[in-house]
Design a protein around this ligand. Sequence first.
Ligand code: HEC
Length: 124
Amino acid sequence: MRKSFAGLIAAMLVFGGVAGFSTAGADEELTIKAIMKEGFKGDTSLNKKVGGGTATADEKKRYLTLAEALGKAKPGKGDEASWNTKTKALTEAAQAVVDGKGNAGDLLKAAANCKACHDVHKGQ
Ligand code: HEC
């Protein structure tokens, strides 16, 4: 009796551990701030590398993931239609980069316009 009770506790701990791990896995929650820090801020950002043509295949894919996550996030400011248009353009540009399309650079320049987006959607 005592033994099987301990076994149950152990099983619950293992199960809890596995469940906790899986939530931190594939479906990571990316906030807009985290996306900006990793993807856009500064001279070593993914945006600079992707725009400058120095990004690796993995970095291009990560940039696409960030663009998609940005589209799913909700900005604190500005209307939804504007946000959807901007993030969709960014996702399409990132997809063009991953696919190696010839117009990817132009799409990216238009879509990754920091000020155009911040003016409308970035709060104080
Ligand atoms: C599609 C819209 C969009 C584009 C494009 C965009 N940003 Fe942002 N950015 C935002 C929003 C919205 C916030 C505010 C996030 C918040 O406070 O939660 C933000 C915040 C930031 C922040 C502050 C992050 C923090 O920790 O508070 C930095 C830095 C930043 N952006 C850099 C850039 C740079 C550099 C570019 C261009 C290369 C860029 N962003 C392009 C939407 C955008």
